[in-house]
Ligand binder design. Structure first.
Ligand SMILES: Cc1cc2nc3c(=O)[nH]c(=O)nc-3n(C[C@H](O)[C@H](O)[C@H](O)COP(=O)(O)OP(=O)(O)OC[C@H]3O[C@@H](n4cnc5c(N)ncnc54)[C@H](O)[C@@H]3O)c2cc1C
Length: 479
């Protein structure tokens, strides 16, 4: 723990953010821009937050590298001879560390600017609703707080899991060797992205998922496309399972026993990777002392402006959710600071985060991306809608790229053709989905999108096919 950047006797602030990750830092930044006295309290060994240090950025650095490796290894059909494309894990690890050090250094420089923030490198807990106590006993008070303490890996009550040594995503992202074999527990985004990374660097990978499909928050059709790609790459994939027992083997390694389709199966590997999910970091905050309530799932409960049950205490990011996504954590932090400090007239004009624009990207290969409402939600709520889709195996650009798995799907409202959502699984899905984010935010119709130019031959051009199909079914808007 180090001393604060300013004198620690200056202990009454306009805003104290607990946790300097995506939510906390951006709340602090907006409040400082508004001329407020802001303290950031962060107990991490290294500054930067999950996204930079152990989340989005390291994972995408590694996944991009293994995408290149995969393309090189499968270049023969293009007439390219790349005889032995393999990974040099020490070099890849060094590259990842270099990239992350750069981003983290930039963030740390911003956080340690004494003109803008007072930084306390310590964990904190509430003493009452206006005071926090740091690990060294110092007390700080503020008019407003933002809880942005993020999340940590959870260890669900599966027999043997807690007693068996297991990697977390932090360990996988820090590998500097190729593990011989890994059992991945879970089928969510982190599990899937890193299972494919491990397979592509050359590990034998078994993935065990409880639900019927991996990526269960997505449509079964989209997750089936990714599942098939995983199987084709040699991932030993088991879905619809119930784990009976996990144990460490006397001679090293682990064993997992599970039921699937009524059959008992045992898999052994050198390493176990617990990718079963994360839980909010609330346990050490003494929220009860501040009168801050949590949801049944343990997240800090907030209203649409990020206020907790104590209106002067806000929360943002993974600690409150509802989704563990960086751009939402940033937006929540910004919204909280504006709500806390805007003058009443400006505050009245603030809009809550619009979850009808929810954007989600899974960086597998093929990637999977969605925006807006999902078709199954509209079916469940009996909301009238139109859907059209088009496969990548019938599209010029994806055919010449030999990346023909998947499809694009567009969902529109039937009266005017306003875009409600889209689902893309296939090449560059994470980039292509952004063709819809502006139009969705601006409430554009399928006719509006068809007025835009679409360059040939591009992947993006595939979107015109479902848009045209939808446009034929809805009258042209006169607005
Ligand atoms: C492997 C992986 C890959 C991911 N990839 C993506 C992706 O591609 N895209 C995406 O959108 N999201 C991704 N995410 C999710 C994303 O990283 C998180 O949603 C986001 O970083 C959360 O930000 P936050 O501000 O809530 O918390 P954090 O960034 O975790 O910040 C919380 C901070 O609070 C500090 N803290 C905790 N307790 C205390 C305390 N009591 N006192 C003081 N400080 C405290 C911690 O030290 C930490 O610095 C990924 C996550 C993982 C694990």
């Amino acid at each position: 723990m180090s001393a604060s950047s300013r004198s620690s006797s200056e202990s009454a602030f306009d805003l104290i953010v607990l946790g300097g990750g995506s939510a906390g830092f951006n709340a602090a930044r907006v409040a400082a821009d508004l001329g407020k006295r802001v303290a950031i309290v962060d107990g991490a060994k290294q500054l930067g937050g999950l996204c930079i240090l152990q989340g989005c950025m390291p994972s995408k650095t590694l996944l991009y590298a293994t995408d290149i490796l995969h393309h090189a290894q499968h270049a023969a059909p293009f007439g390219l001879r790349i005889p032995s494309a393999t990974v040099d894990m020490k070099a890849l690890h060094a590259w990842k560390k270099h990239v992350i050090a750069d981003f983290a250094g930039y963030r740390a420089k911003a956080m340690t600017n004494p003109e803008r923030f007072t930084l306390f490198r310590a964990h904190a807990r509430f003493v009452d609703s206006h005071t926090v106590e740091l690990a060294d006993g110092r007390r700080l008070s503020a008019r407003h707080f933002l809880i942005g303490t993020g999340s940590r890996v959870s260890v669900p009550p599966i027999p043997g899991l807690a007693a068996t040594p297991a990697w977390t995503s932090d360990d996988v992202l820090d590998l500097d060797f190729v593990p011989k074999s890994v059992i991945v527990l879970g089928g969510g985004i982190v599990a899937c992205e890193l299972a494919q990374f491990l397979r592509r660097i050359g590990s034998r990978v078994t993935l065990i998922q409880r639900s019927k499909n991996i990526l269960r928050d997505h449509s079964p059709a989209a997750s089936e496309v990714v599942q098939q790609a995983f199987r084709d790459e040699g991932i030993d994939l088991h879905t619809d399972t119930k784990i009976e027992k996990i144990s460490a083997l006397p001679a090293g390694g682990v064993s997992v026993t599970f039921l699937s389709a009524g059959k008992r199966t045992v898999r052994r590997a050198e390493h176990l990777f617990n990718a079963l999910g994360r839980e909010p970091n609330t346990a050490s905050l003494n929220l009860a002392a501040a009168g801050v309530k949590t949801t049944p799932a343990g997240r800090v409960a907030t209203n649409r402006f990020q206020q907790t049950s104590q209106p002067h205490i806000y929360a943002g990011g993974d600690v409150c959710g509802p989704f563990d996504i960086v751009h939402l954590a940033v937006a929540q932090g910004e919204l909280a600071a504006r709500h806390a400090f805007f003058a009443p007239a400006a505050r009245k004009k603030l809009k809550p985060i619009d979850h009808a624009l929810l954007l989600n990207v899974v960086f597998t290969d093929p990637p999977l991306a969605t925006i807006g409402v999902a078709e199954h939600e509209l079916i469940a709520s009996k909301t009238p809608h139109l859907v059209a889709s088009y496969p990548f195996d019938d599209h010029g650009k994806s055919i010449l790229m030999r990346q023909t798995r998947g499809y694009v799907k567009v969902i529109a409202e039937p009266k005017r053709g306003r875009i409600l959502g889209a689902e893309i699984v296939g090449p560059q899905a994470g980039e292509l989905i952004h063709c819809f984010s502006g139009p969705l935010a601006m409430k554009a119709t399928v006719h509006d999108l068809l007025r835009a130019p679409w360059y040939h031959p591009t992947l993006a051009e595939i979107l015109t096919y479902p848009l045209e199909e939808l446009a034929e079914k809805v009258p042209v808007s006169r607005e």
